[in-house]
Write a protein that binds this ligand. Structure first.
Ligand code: MD3
Ligand code: FE
Length: 224
């Protein structure tokens, strides 16, 4: 293969839904999916256990979440998990922040933006059965750096909306195992949600047969 190593790799297939919102199907190869899924199941065990967060009105979310770097609960971040045993959250490992930077570089084809990306937290969501996530904005962060999302296991219906209302207009997209989605710039504060997952659709080689995992990397912009 004459071209091996001599030319840059082609950009991965990707689709821009709106300015700053880019979907890259299958960005994580199966070995990487398996490594991430195993790491997520490990983090779910502690030092802070994954838990279904309780909303201020008293309703419990159907998704279970564990956090790295900073603990999120509706609707604030802290270093300790005050609604899940009080322990201090595990560090966000450099390799995971680096993976987010690499995904951002590929999705946006913007190496300067990727160099400047400094995520300091990861929220890991576990969906099983009929778990879903209603339309919401992520605005507890004090930074407008992008959110990088990784999906593993079952596929889902993802609904990407607009910055002004939780209703139409929105675009429905299926997210599958290994997909990356980046939300930045004018898309960073758009409403979005997961109306449903598709149980039993996880590829055998994804390493996760117990539903869907979603990892989001973010910058909180908070300091101790
Ligand atoms: C668009 N998670 O954790 S990831 C969340 O699949 C969350 O578990 C969903 O929404 C999930 O807050 C969706 C995609 C996503 C994440 C953050 C966003 C889309 C976003 C922030 C702004 C706009
Ligand atoms: Fe969100």
């Amino acid at each position: 293969m004459a071209a091996d190593g001599l030319f840059p790799l082609p950009a991965p297939p990707r689709r821009q839904l709106a300015p700053g919102a880019v979907h890259v199907p299958g960005w994580l190869d199966p070995p990487r999916q398996r490594q991430l899924a195993a790491a997520c199941r490990d983090w779910a065990l502690g030092p802070v256990p994954a838990r279904a967060a309780v909303l201020p009105g008293g309703a419990r979310m159907s998704v279970r979440t564990v956090c790295l770097g900073w603990h999120w609960q509706p609707y604030r971040y802290s270093r300790t998990a005050d609604d899940a045993g009080g322990g201090r959250v595990a560090e966000l490992p450099d390799w995971l922040a680096d993976l987010g930077r690499a995904a951002l570089a590929d999705a946006w084809q913007d190496h300067a933006a990727a160099r400047d990306y400094r995520p300091d937290t990861a929220l890991i969501n576990f969906y099983q059965g009929s778990a879903r996530m209603g339309m919401h904005q992520d605005k507890d962060e004090r930074s407008d750096q992008p959110v990088v999302s990784f999906s593993i296991g079952d596929s889902c219906l993802f609904r990407f909306g607009n910055p002004d209302t939780r209703n139409r207009p929105y675009t429905d997209v299926e997210l599958g195992s290994g997909d990356v989605f980046v939300f930045g710039g004018p898309s960073r504060f758009c409403y979005h949600g997961v109306p449903k997952t598709f149980p039993g659709t996880a590829p055998d080689d994804s390493g996760h047969q117990a539903g869907r995992i979603n990892i989001t990397l973010r910058r909180t912009g908070l300091a101790d």
